[in-house]
Structures are given as C-alpha cells and as structure tokens.
Design a protein around this ligand. Structure first.
Ligand code: GTP
Ligand code: MG
Length: 193
C-alpha cells in the first residue's frame, strides 16, 4: 500500500465520538505492551505517530487513524496489565468489548500476542469473544526478533493450541521490520474482497 496521507483523528471511548464515515477499519487488540502501537507505526512508516512505551498501559483510549481517506486503523488500549488500577483495568476491558460489539466497519481484527509466551487467560478470553462475534481475525505473533529461528514453529503451535483458533497466524517483528509486507498483503486483500 502506498501511504499518501495519514491522519490521527481522535482519541475516544464513547461510540458517539467514533468516526462515522464507515471506512473499512482494522483494529489492533492485545495485551498491554504486546506491541500494538509499534506495529501501527511500522505499517505506516512513521516513527512515533502512535505513542510507544516500555511501560505497559501507554494507550489509554481508542485512537483512530485515517489512511489515504480509504481505510482506518483503531489502536486500542491493552488488556490484562496488573499495574494499572482495578478500576482502570475494568474500564479498558469494557471499552474494548463495547468497541468489538458495536463497531460496524470492522473489516478485520488483528489480535496481537507475544510470540515468546503461551497465550494468557485474557488472550484466550478475548480470542473467544472475537470468534463469538464472528469478526474476521488475523492472529499476529509479535516480537519475532526475540526468539531463535529454530523455535518459531514450536511457538506458533503453542499459540494455536492456547487460543484454540481456526484463524491464520502471522509472526512479525516491528522492531526488525520482518513480514510487515506480508501483513499489508492481508489487509489489502481484505480491502478488495
Ligand atoms: P499499550 O499501549 O500499553 O497497550 O502497549 P502496546 O501494545 O501499544 O505496545 P507498544 O507498541 O507501546 O510496545 C511496547 C514495548 O515493546 C516497547 O518497548 C516496544 O519498543 C517493544 N516492541 C514492540 N514491538 C517490538 C518488536 O517487534 N520487537 C521488539 N524486540 N520489541 C518490540
Ligand atoms: Mg499502545
């Protein structure tokens, strides 16, 4: 995809604040610190469009980005981070669920999981919800640069089993720019479907 124009639109939680023009939308969902904002920046070739941090809990609302006036990315707050308050965690969860239940233009959900770890209980719960809601999903295994090549297949299998998912799994590294073109191909195929 040739990125001609990227525009940050709004940071919002309430549905009435969400952009209403119906552009096809890709949602980035996953545990706090898994690399959602980093991936969005990498896909858009922008260093710090979306704020990235080593500290979990960076993205606190749903951030909408308009690309070329033809598609949209929604960067969601992460779930499952123990260090934010219980109230805050519950709020994040509620906003994510509400978004997934109500947002009509969702074209595909990118469910990010860390390739190094077995899916957490939260990963499993959210994945089950995605399946229940029948969203098209691509599981994106992040931080591929952190494991040895010979271990990749084993880790992907662990994720497949853990999530009990029929969905495709693509491993990527935002940091080392690995398989980002492949991910774009999936999105572009969705847009022409
Ligand atoms: P929240 O906004 O808190 O939900 O986190 P997030 O999922 O948006 O994660 P973010 O993109 O802020 O990245 C978290 C940390 O992981 C940062 O220190 C990133 O530099 C690092 N990171 C992200 N992607 C990669 C990757 O592909 N490889 C490596 N090694 N580190 C990565
Ligand atoms: Mg983030």
């Amino acid at each position: 995809m040739k990125i001609r124009k990227v525009q940050f639109e709004i940071s919002a939680v309430r549905p009435e604040q969400w952009p209403q023009d119906g552009l096809p939308e890709f949602a980035f969902i996953g545990r706090s610190n898994v690399g959602k904002s980093s991936l969005l920046n990498r896909l858009l070739n922008r260093k710090s469009l979306a704020r990235v941090s080593q500290h979990p809990g960076k993205t606190q609302q749903i951030n909408f980005y308009n690309i070329n006036d033809t598609l949209r990315f929604a960067d969601l707050p992460g779930y499952g981070y123990a260090q934010v308050s219980k109230t805050q965690r519950a709020a994040f969860r509620k906003w994510i669920v509400q978004y997934l239940e109500k947002r009509e233009p969702i074209t595909r959900v990118l469910h990010l999981v860390d390739i190094r770890h077995e899916p957490s209980v939260d990963d499993r719960d959210f994945h089950r919800l995605l399946l229940e809601l029948q969203h098209p999903v691509l599981v994106v295994a992040t931080k591929l640069d952190k494991i040895a090549k010979r271990d990749i297949a084993k880790h992907i299998q662990q994720i497949r089993t853990g999530l009990q998912t029929p969905n495709p799994i693509l491993s990527i590294s935002s940091e080392k720019n690995m398989y980002i073109d492949e991910l774009w191909s999936v999105l572009e195929t969705d847009l022409t479907a």
